[in-house]
Design a protein around this ligand. Sequence first.
Ligand SMILES: Nc1ncnc2c1ncn2[C@@H]1O[C@H](COP(=O)(O)OP(=O)(O)O)[C@@H](O)[C@H]1O
Ligand SMILES: [Mg+2]
Length: 273
Amino acid sequence: MSGGYDDRGNRDASIANPQGMGEAQPVHEGGHAHAAPGGPFLIGEAMTGGYGRGADILHACTIAVERGEIAVIVGPNGAGKSTAMKAVFGMLNLREGAVRLDGEDITELSPQARVRRGMGFVPQTHNIFTSMSVEENLEMGAFIRRDDFRDTMAQVYDLFPILKEKRRQAAGELSGGQRQQVAVGRALMTRPKVLMLDEPTAGVSPIVMDELFDRIIEVARTGLPVLMVEQNARQALEIADKGYVLVQGRNAHTGTGRELLADDEVRRSFLGG
Ligand SMILES: Nc1ncnc2c1ncn2[C@@H]1O[C@H](COP(=O)(O)OP(=O)(O)O)[C@@H](O)[C@H]1O
Ligand SMILES: [Mg+2]
């Protein structure tokens, strides 16, 4: 079992949990064979499918993130970025393709089961409970945990100090940037092994966007892989180890953030020249 040591009782545990769910839940339910090392940590590979019985939205679409890296998905509105994220999280029935986490095929697992396996997902919309307090939102995030999650909450408050200040306030009363911090904090409360963010900077000012990116980089540096969709393509590719440009449900360009930023076609078509 790779990286399976038990960090139970480690008070200094990082907010990231790259070694496993630790005190949360056993990672290997149901006797699945564990995963060979190597390959991306999380991959939705050659995914084809759509919503219900509707037409396919994704066409052999692949997105992935490696251990310790930030991967960014960009592309025009309606390209299928959110759909690809939902597919990786198990919210879509794929007609073809597979999703693998740490080498294990999880294509058939429910979203809830994926959370237990270590996936933290912040959807693009409706990602907080607006009528609940900030702290109640974080507590909701810890729903799968049976252990004491106060240390993790303290770590979330260290990462986003404004949330500690506003912990008794209804989350719906917060600014856009603060609400996104609540949403990310909520996802971190499970101590995920990988963090998926769909447009974490939507609707915030450039200054707040920079701050959020800094926090995301900080989280990634603790060893937590981050797979995120961003509409601020240029800024996002600047912090990306790997970038995916999706167009009409297909992979149009893939490379390191740097390669995509330097690619003439990508610049002309997606970065405004
Ligand atoms: N819940 C849904 N049911 C049916 N079609 C959807 C749903 N969500 C998105 N779509 C369609 O899927 C396509 C891709 O949408 P989406 O993944 O949200 O794009 P993006 O996130 O890149 O803007 C669009 O044509 C959109 O209308
Ligand atoms: Mg979207």
